[in-house]
Design a binder for this molecule. Structure first.
Ligand code: NDP
Length: 312
């Protein structure tokens, strides 16, 4: 524990520098003199700020929301990778629960447009945003200012790709592309939206990992590493932001019938699933919807397997 403390100090110094850059160091009043490794840098440490100042900041934030033309009580869910498959089902499910949707995707404009139309049939608003999550600058440009003006209430990190191969044959490109979309993309998104969410002191984050990230899958060393990395990242984030009323969880689907799995030899996999069927996107969406609802007030930092018993 003592060995780790200097690293924590470095981390806090970096954090303070980055917040100072954004002009928020005084608001959070982060100190580098944390006594223990589990001290939470986002926890309420605002004793040098008067309650009047805090009230002013809240008013300022409310003013921001009004300028966007949205009503203050309208909730936004940002679905990253929401144009197809699991993300699409999550977006529609959350729209039915009353969320307006910001839906991101990379390049399949037709699928995104179709999903937007389906969401709008529920009576909710949907904005589609096309960018590559693995690109830090593109992500910041697409979301940074937007989230600052109106921070999302829910963020679902669902974008993901596979480039399967045995490690022996796996190219550097196959390794890098999967890690950069599945794992770096999570960092890029969180970096763009987390500070506004912290400022609001509320929110839900759901990360879509995979059974492969929990138990490993031959032929998917890159994918398993990225999905296990997401689990670690989400758990650490849950420790950082829980005290700011941001609830973070992970879902880990098994084999779900989408474009991603259409080439799998299903007859070999089915006997391994105790519930004797593949999952549907709706199976995942209903769990994500629950985690984002007020029915869930105390599940935090957990990994929920949605796999029909594939990994018990
Ligand atoms: P799909 O391939 O059907 O959809 C992937 C989504 O992610 C699309 O919206 C796609 O956009 C978007 N996306 C992919 N790469 C990028 C990128 N670089 N930048 C921005 N958006 C991107 O996948 P699934 O619905 O099957 O899977 C969704 C998530 O669930 C993934 O993270 C996957 O790893 C995970 N998962 C899936 C399982 C399954 O069995 N299907 C099992 C376990 C986990 P576009 O349409 O433009 O390509």
């Amino acid at each position: 524990m003592y060995q780790l403390e200097p690293k924590l100090s470095d981390f806090l110094l970096d954090l303070r520098r980055s917040l100072a850059h954004k002009g928020f160091a005084k608001i959070l009043n982060i100190s580098t003199g944390m006594p223990a490794i589990f001290a939470n840098p986002y926890a309420s440490r605002s004793r040098h700020i008067s309650s009047q100042k805090i009230a002013q900041l809240r008013l300022k934030q409310k003013g921001r929301k009004k300028n966007t033309g949205m009503k203050n009580n309208e909730k936004i869910a940002l679905i990253v990778g929401g144009s197809r498959g699991i993300g699409k089902a999550i977006a529609i499910r959350l729209a039915r629960s009353g969320f307006n949707i910001w839906l991101t995707y990379r390049s399949n404009h037709e699928a995104a447009q179709k999903t937007k139309e389906e969401i709008e049939k529920t009576g909710r608003f949907c904005e589609i945003l096309s960018f590559d999550v693995s690109d830090y600058k593109e992500t910041e440009m697409a979301l940074g200012k937007k989230a600052d003006e109106y921070s999302p209430d829910v963020v679902v990190y669902n974008a993901g790709i596979t480039r399967d191969n045995l490690l022996l044959w796996m190219t550097k490109e196959e390794w890098d592309s999967v890690l950069s979309v599945n794992l770096d993309g999570f960092y890029n998104i969180m970096h763009a939206i987390l500070f506004p969410m912290l400022r609001e002191k509320q929110g839900r984050i759901v990360v879509v990992s995979s059974t492969s990230g929990q138990i490993g899958q031959a032929g998917q060393v890159n994918y398993s590493a990225s999905k296990a990395g997401l689990i670690g990242a989400a758990k650490a984030l849950a420790r950082e932001v829980g005290k700011k009323n941001i609830i973070v969880n992970v879902v880990a689907p098994g084999v779900i019938e989408t474009d991603m799995t259409e080439d799998l030899s299903k007859e070999k996999i089915l006997p391994l699933i105790p519930l004797n069927r593949f999952g549907s996107s709706a199976d995942v969406a209903s769990v994500v919807n629950f985690l984002c609802s007020e029915e869930n007030m105390y599940i935090h930092g957990q990994v929920i397997g949605i796999n029909g018993g594939l990994a018990i």
